[in-house]
Design a protein around this ligand. Sequence first.
Ligand SMILES: [Ca+2]
Ligand SMILES: [Ca+2]
Length: 234
Amino acid sequence: MKPRTYIYRSALAAVLIGGRRCSFPRRSDRGRGRLRRGGRSVAGRGLDPVAIEEILVTAQRRSERLIDVPATVAVAETAGGHDDQLAIVRIRQNGEDSLSLTLYRVDDLNGAIGGLHPGDAGYEAALHARAYHTTNGDTSIHGPGYGDFTQVELQHVNAGDLVAMQLTNNTSGDTYSAFAQANEVVDGQHVGHLWSYGLNTWGWEDTKGGGDRDFNDLIVGLDFTSASGHGWLA
Ligand SMILES: [Ca+2]
Ligand SMILES: [Ca+2]
């Protein structure tokens, strides 16, 4: 079988491979940038072995509580530090429910908006007032459906913006925050629905109570630079 052609964004590619239960590269493989999948070595075209290792370490921590995972918020590191940029959102869905995603600007890494915190009364309304609009004018991005991919662009992203996310499961009618404290409580603990794979790539768990905890029901990659200039990389 011909090796898959990986998406040039190494982080997302590694995550997609990780979602298929790849093992991480052994140290001896690092220099060649190879991954092992299904017992065979796969050429990781364009993959950065160091980045892969970072993602692997993260994946190996999956059994740990989600609250230990940092970076529920993306920092918009735009090309040249320019304001009013387009950010590319790449989404791969691996959950069967109808899903949609809202991306919005927060004031700090805890998700505050004007003094309101995730889970507070009024936060939901504040979140929608801060939602980024896609180039189609939407503030909600529909998941592409099970197994499929979609890509959209967010407008008016400024350098240093702190970007957070909220997932809506349209099938069940539930909404999940990137910030666990706003989510449902099971056994006295708020349920984390978002897993950070590093490098501006996240995976959602789309089911109440935490589901099967594979955190790949909606995989989201944010890219703040590739739409810059002529957009040749987008
Ligand atoms: Ca799941
Ligand atoms: Ca899944």
